[in-house]
Design a protein around this ligand. Structure first.
Ligand code: AMP
Length: 249
């Protein structure tokens, strides 16, 4: 059984996002970019399933600019067998990515399709769900445990107030949550090996996908700056200020 894993190139989680002066988006020029952390978890899970003998091949897919090759090489350094770059300079919204992934799933026929639960740049949390709908296959989102046996996946999901366990027939789309695993560090030999693994490049048009955006970003703004705090001498002043100045109690 093949596993297809979607890996997005995003602003590195440790970099503070700077909004562009014209409010049209976040500045990514000259800033460190990395694989979306939830996608690293997805790659790690697919590689572990391969090591267990459940999965035979792990295919990493990234959609976006030419530099997404680096993201694919990182996935291959963790252990993915090959990469597919669907290259475009156009803005890609979740529906466009879901359509691209559907076209690749139709070609590759993986039993397991793994995505991150959300990309930390747009925080959309939509692509996996849209993909499952387009493919008309079962989905389990926010996975914190995945077990595969007898053509079915048993997935523990992190939901409000606890854990839910669901069973789904394969092929299925599963999106990863933080506690699913801790991705390994890519070793230098594996980084070197990854450079030689196959990486195919195609365009959305090659897959017959129209990536035209459906949503228009009106404006992107920094959150309001927090004012400085003050020290109060006693509890009664605190209660007075909360009641009469902050008006929160
Ligand atoms: P989102 O719906 O944008 O929050 O993204 C959820 C997941 O979809 C990500 O964690 C990735 O696994 C996948 N994804 C979204 N955009 C891309 C992309 N451009 N290339 C590859 N995977 C993507």
């Amino acid at each position: 059984m093949k596993a297809l894993v979607a890996v997005k190139r995003v602003l590195d989680a440790n970099v503070k996002a700077q909004v562009k002066a014209d409010g049209s988006g976040v500045n990514i020029a000259g800033v460190k970019m990395s694989m979306n952390p939830f996608d690293e978890i997805a790659v790690e899970e697919a590689v572990r399933l391969k090591e267990k003998g459940v999965v035979t091949e792990v295919i990493a897919v990234s959609c976006g600019v030419a530099q997404c090759q680096e993201t694919l090489r990182s996935a291959m350094a963790i252990g993915a067998d090959r990469g597919v770059l669907v290259q475009t300079d156009d803005e890609l919204q979740p529906l466009a990515v879901a359509k691209i992934l559907k076209a690749l799933v139709d070609r590759e026929q993986p039993g397991l399709i793994l995505l991150g639960k959300q990309a930390i740049d747009d925080d959309c949390n939509q692509t996996g769900q849209m993909l499952a709908a387009l493919l008309e296959v079962p989905q389990a989102t926010f996975a914190s445990k995945i077990e595969i046996a007898d053509g079915r996946a048993t997935v523990t999901r992190e939901v409000d107030g606890g854990l839910e366990t669901v069973s789904l027939g394969l092929p299925a789309v599963i999106t990863t949550d933080l506690r699913l695993n801790e991705p390994r560090y890519a070793t230098l030999p594996n980084i070197m090996k990854a450079k030689k693994k196959p990486l195919a490049t195609m365009t959305p048009a090659d897959l017959g996908v129209d990536v035209a955006p459906r949503l228009k970003t009106l404006t992107v703004a920094e959150p309001p700056k927090r004012g400085a705090g003050i020290k109060v001498p006693d509890v009664s002043t605190l209660i007075d200020k909360l009641k009469n100045e902050a008006k929160v109690i």
